[in-house]
Design a protein around this ligand. Structure first.
Ligand SMILES: Cc1cc2nc3c(=O)[nH]c(=O)nc-3n(C[C@H](O)[C@H](O)[C@H](O)COP(=O)(O)OP(=O)(O)OC[C@H]3O[C@@H](n4cnc5c(N)ncnc54)[C@H](O)[C@@H]3O)c2cc1C
Length: 362
């Protein structure tokens, strides 16, 4: 295995300390061996997929071994599902996928992501995963099925290194898209809420503030981006949106990465009928706003503002987020039952906290 542990390089994007070595496994057997050595030597392990987690997923607290999964990238297609290696990219007809799909891996998104494109119709990313194989903190290759996949979902590698996933796919239906523009936010938000409650299932829906609209497709107005699967009988009037859907990697994280990296960024998930008031009240902080809608009757708001101080004031004004991307602890982003599965597993199998240490608060 020694020759597979190579020197640390190109890790400037990860926050925190640097790992001592990076391992590049090519198979499940390699992952088992790496875990065995780490357990023997009592060194921490931090798995890495595409490295674009927005919630400080790759935050190396104690050095140790980083396991870069990107060489494990096979995709096996089955009827309405795929069996993929954890390091595979989204090169299949995924039901839900992250905005940064060009960089993210399926395993990294399952272990560190949550919602994404398609989540209005299909829900949260891990609900699309029916089976997961992982090397657990005892060095055993285990299979999790059904609701048990939550032991590894958004667990950021704290309960095991995921090697393979069985993921449901979408029928091969083209996606239609439209953008509806509004001069006033009030008009945009009431249209959005009505659409959410009354329309047949849309595949995806995003509301974007004028600054983002100007920087992507223009004109500088509130834009409601709508997408649906072609044979679903949805009729939404608006300008032709083909160009828009081809550029969907500029939604959310994409818009942030391309245009607002000098801004501070945070995320809040609010009940559908509350978000409009919060957006209007927050206008005194002059935020750039993007709102993603999933199937949970919540508005997923991304706020981008200039300067740390303005961000701190905005956060004081908004209160504690139930989906806190700034918190190193994954506790701040999960439902109680989901978190409990992770805590129990961690307590039972990783008493030393070697698997992505410092990410779980007991
Ligand atoms: C500013 C910003 C905003 C974003 N907003 C959104 C959004 O709204 N919707 C969206 O869908 N995506 C969003 N993303 C992207 C999202 O976080 C990533 O696309 C994806 O979740 C991470 O995939 P990755 O392969 O890069 O994982 P990584 O960043 O490499 O890893 C994520 C976490 O999982 C762990 N991990 C990685 N691989 C494994 C494995 N095989 N086994 C166990 N643990 C593992 C890592 O240790 C880390 O804790 C955003 C990203 C950024 C930068």
């Amino acid at each position: 295995m020694e020759d597979r542990l190579s020197a640390v390089k190109g890790l400037d994007k990860e926050v925190g300390k640097l790992p001592d070595v990076v391992a590049y496994p090519r198979s499940e057997e390699d992952v088992v061996k790496i875990v065995e050595v780490a357990l023997q030597e009592h060194v921490p392990l931090v798995p890495r997929g595409g490295g674009v987690s927005s919630a400080r997923g790759i935050y190396v607290t104690l050095g140790g071994v980083m396991i870069d999964m990107r060489n494990m990238d096979k995709i096996e297609s089955r009827k309405m599902e795929v069996i993929v290696d954890a390091g595979a990219r989204y090169k299949f007809n995924a039901r839900v996928y992250p905005t940064l799909w060009k960089y993210a891996t399926v395993g990294g998104n399952f272990c560190g992501g949550s919602w994404g494109i398609g989540s209005l119709e299909y829900g949260i990313s891990w609900d699309q995963v029916t089976e997961v194989r992982m090397v657990n903190p005892k060095g055993k290759l285990v299979t999790l099925r059904g609701g048990d996949v939550k032991v590894a979902a958004h667990a950021e590698g704290t309960t095991g290194i995921v090697t393979k996933l069985r993921v449901m796919t979408r029928e091969n239906l083209p996606i239609e898209s439209r953008v509806v523009t509004f001069n006033e936010f009030k008009e945009a938000s009431s249209f959005t809420v009505k659409l959410y409650e009354e329309l047949p299932p849309l595949y995806h829906m995003v509301l974007r503030s004028p600054e983002i609209s100007r920087m992507t497709v223009g004109p500088e107005k509130w834009h409601l981006v709508l997408a649906w699967e072609k044979d679903k009988d949805v009729d939404v009037k608006g300008s032709d949106g083909t160009f828009l859907w081809e550029n969907r990697d500029r939604f959310f994280a994409g818009a942030y990465r391309e245009n607002f990296e000098s801004y501070d960024y945070t995320t809040y998930h609010l009940p559908l009928r509350e978000f409009s008031g919060v957006v209007m009240e927050s206008s005194k902080f002059d935020p750039v706003i993007e709102v993603e809608f999933a199937n949970d009757f919540k508005a997923h708001l991304d706020f981008m503002v200039r300067g740390r101080e303005t961000m701190e004031s905005l956060k004081r004004f908004l209160g504690k987020s139930t989906f806190d991307v700034d918190d190193v602890y994954l506790n701040s982003r999960l439902s109680r039952d989901h978190l409990q599965k992770i805590l129990w597993y961690k307590r039972a199998y990783d008493k030393e906290d070697l698997f992505n240490p410092g990410k779980v608060k007991f």
